[in-house]
Design a protein around this ligand. Structure first.
Ligand code: HEC
Length: 188
């Protein structure tokens, strides 16, 4: 028995590949989930902007964006959301881990790394659970400036103000990091 336990403790446990965390696979799954959310948000926003302009498109971001994130999260069995250092909705405020990754993204951008390449993942802990966390930066494009820039047209600005009195997500320029997709997967 003793020999067997020693074998388990010293031999089997550390080298059993089934017990090791396959971070490459988890990264790929997270990346795919972030991409799914990004593509659907982009398509929905573009369609609404084209059909009725930024004032009505606010509803897409306000109502549809959280619902799309919830549906994709449920479908993929992981938490997929958006966050930012300068957030519009308090619900999207970063936790300590996300904040440090967003700051790391800003530093990497300042050193010349393209915003599109900025991603980071790590095995971490949330509420005592071992989890795999992943983030990918979201660049600010032209279309984003209509609601996140410095010169937001008046009816749009007024509607944003009434929905989000503590809005921090304005004053962005093209090419800035608007925020990031953030993914949490449980590891068993
Ligand atoms: C029609 C107005 C509008 C446009 C255009 C728009 N957004 Fe937003 N954005 C919003 C609103 C409203 C929210 C708050 C959503 C919520 O309540 O969860 C938001 C939230 C976000 C968030 C989540 C973090 C936060 O600030 O709460 C990110 C990230 C984001 N937008 C990125 C973008 C990017 C990137 C673009 C351009 C591709 C863009 N947005 C274009 C209105 C807009």
């Amino acid at each position: 028995m003793k020999i067997l336990s020693a074998f388990f403790i010293l031999g089997l446990l550390p080298f059993n590949p089934a017990l090791a965390v396959d971070t490459e696979h988890l990264s790929q799954q997270s990346r795919a989930a972030a991409k799914a959310l990004g593509s659907e948000l982009k398509a929905t926003l573009q369609a609404a902007m084209k059909a009725s302009g930024p004032l009505d498109a606010i509803t897409v971001c306000n109502v549809d964006a959280p619902n799309i994130a919830k549906r994709i999260s449920a479908g993929k069995g992981m938490k997929v959301a958006r966050t930012s250092l300068k957030f519009r909705n308090q619900t999207n405020s970063p936790d300590a881990w996300e904040k440090s990754v967003l700051n790391q993204f800003e530093q990497r951008k300042a050193k010349g790394e393209p915003v599109n390449n900025l991603e980071f993942s790590e095995v971490s802990e949330v509420g005592g659970r071992k989890v795999f966390r992943y983030m990918k930066a979201i660049p600010t494009g032209d279309v984003c400036l209509k609601c996140h820039g410095s010169n937001i047209a008046e009816p749009v600005a007024a509607k944003l103000n009434s929905l989000y009195p503590d809005d921090k997500a304005t004053g962005f320029n093209k090419g800035d990091i608007r925020g990031a997709f953030t993914v949490i997967q449980d590891i068993n």
